[in-house]
Design a protein around this ligand. Structure first.
Ligand SMILES: C=C(O[C@@H]1C=C(C(=O)O)C=C[C@H]1O)C(=O)O
Length: 410
């Protein structure tokens, strides 16, 4: 590995605080099954908004809301500074690579480094109203969704809800991020700070939307169907022994079919399909089919760009067909999903081994932090066979993925 350990550097905490005080958009992340933790900051207060074109854009971090029909509402946090840490070493902040370090004359870099020992700006604790979806409202929403399926408006719709908690005064993003990394080794763990909106989004997503490695291997997945990963006695169920009902099998096959239809639109026939298999995501299990394509072999270097455009939002977070499902969500959920069920991830970013890769995930098992309130989001796929009470329980389990790490009363 071409890693260099750089001694006596500033901690991730210091960098995060300094960037926050300067209102620089910032992202930290850890890819599934990896140990490297990335830190990126973008100088200037408002990140650019543009369509994600993997071939045209340089290195950065993409962050898209759920509603983004033409793709140009995606924030792109340009990597003005990119450091890689490996926190498995003796100290918590082992910097292993400065991938992009601005010139020491760059005034923003000077500001960032000068602010490194400043305390984080404290948001005054405000009296905020808790606004979250009640159980009855969610049950009514699911019943309405099922009625529309029976009316033939759509076959599947993904309906979601929010849950809010008040954060403790000593709430610390880097510690929660590290805890999520430890607890969910196979998730994409990230925290994104958008100071111009006054928010930080933090989460542990189980779902790849598109990824492309340095050898041109493209991947996406159909992830759906949910059950607890634990049996009634609290023992972890072996994925190979999981039993699935027809409802979940059908719900997941809608997503696979949707992806394959997108590939058909662009006449890509050479793909590998693996699954569906049972995968563990934190406290839950899902059904997952992987789709893998060698873009070099089929001479389609722009596949990830084209597929990102076609896929989002997939029927794992929206529904089938897409347009009536989206209309139903927007008209009935009763709140703005904002970045929940949008997408996020590093674009053309190097690993410590020096290869540029892009990994975009669906923004799930996520929460928005604003002032001293955390808003958690969870949704579930509704089909003709859904039971509203079971769907409510499923969203409760999904919010526990983050809730467990927050030590909140759930
Ligand atoms: C919508 C969410 O998750 C999605 C919906 C699933 C389902 O309906 O079973 C499972 C995994 C995800 O694709 C969520 O976590 O909020």
């Amino acid at each position: 590995m071409t890693t260099t350990i750089i001694e006596n550097k500033n901690s991730r905490q210091d960098l995060w605080n300094s960037a926050k005080n300067l209102a620089f958009p910032t992202a930290i992340w850890r890819l599934p099954r990896q140990t490297e933790k990335h830190f990126l900051t973008s100088f200037g207060e408002i990140p650019q908004q543009s369509k994600i074109d993997f071939e045209e854009l340089g290195a950065g971090f993409a962050f898209s809301p759920f509603v983004n029909p033409d793709g140009n509402k995606t924030f792109f946090l340009k990597a003005d500074l990119h450091y890689i840490f490996n926190t498995n070493g003796p100290t918590q902040n082992e910097l292993i690579k400065e991938v992009i370090t601005p010139s020491s004359l760059n005034p923003h870099f000077v500001e960032l480094m000068n602010g490194i020992h400043d305390k984080p700006a404290v948001n005054g604790v405000k009296n905020v109203d808790i606004k979250q979806t009640s159980k009855q409202d969610f049950i009514d929403l699911v019943e309405k969704g099922i009625a529309e399926i029976e009316n033939g408006v759509f076959q599947k719709v993904v309906l979601s809800r929010t849950k809010q908690i008040i954060l403790p005064a000593d709430f610390d993003i880097i510690s929660i991020f590290d805890k999520l990394c430890e607890t969910y080794t196979s998730a994409f763990v990230s925290a994104v700070s958008l100071p111009h909106l006054g928010v930080v989004w933090i989460g542990a997503s189980p779902e790849t939307l598109v990824s492309q490695n340095s050898k041109g291997i493209f991947r996406t997945m159909a992830l759906a169907g949910t059950q607890s990963a634990y049996d009634a006695d609290g023992n972890l169920i072996k994925p190979s022994e999981a039993l699935w009902r027809q409802k979940e099998i059908e719900e997941q096959s809608f997503v696979t079919r949707y992806i394959i239809n997108c590939l058909k639109k662009i006449r890509v026939r050479e793909f590998e399909e693996e699954g569906p298999k049972t995968v563990i995501a934190g406290n839950l299990m899902h059904l997952r089919t992987d789709i893998i394509i060698d873009t070099v072999a089929i001479n389609f270097p722009q596949l990830a760009t084209v597929m990102l455009d076609l896929l989002h939002p997939t029927s794992a977070v929206c529904g089938m067909p897409k347009i009536p499902a989206t209309e139903f969500i927007l008209a009935n959920e009763g709140y703005d999903r904002e970045f929940y069920s949008g997408f996020l991830g590093p674009v053309n970013m190097q690993s410590s081994e020096g290869q540029a890769e892009s990994h975009i995930f669906v923004n799930l098992r996520t929460m928005k932090l604003q002032e001293n309130i955390a808003t958690l989001y969870a949704g579930c796929g509704i089909t003709a066979d859904s039971s509203p009470e079971k769907e409510w329980n499923e969203t409760e389990m999904k919010t526990q993925t983050l809730g467990k790490v927050l030590n909140a009363e759930f």
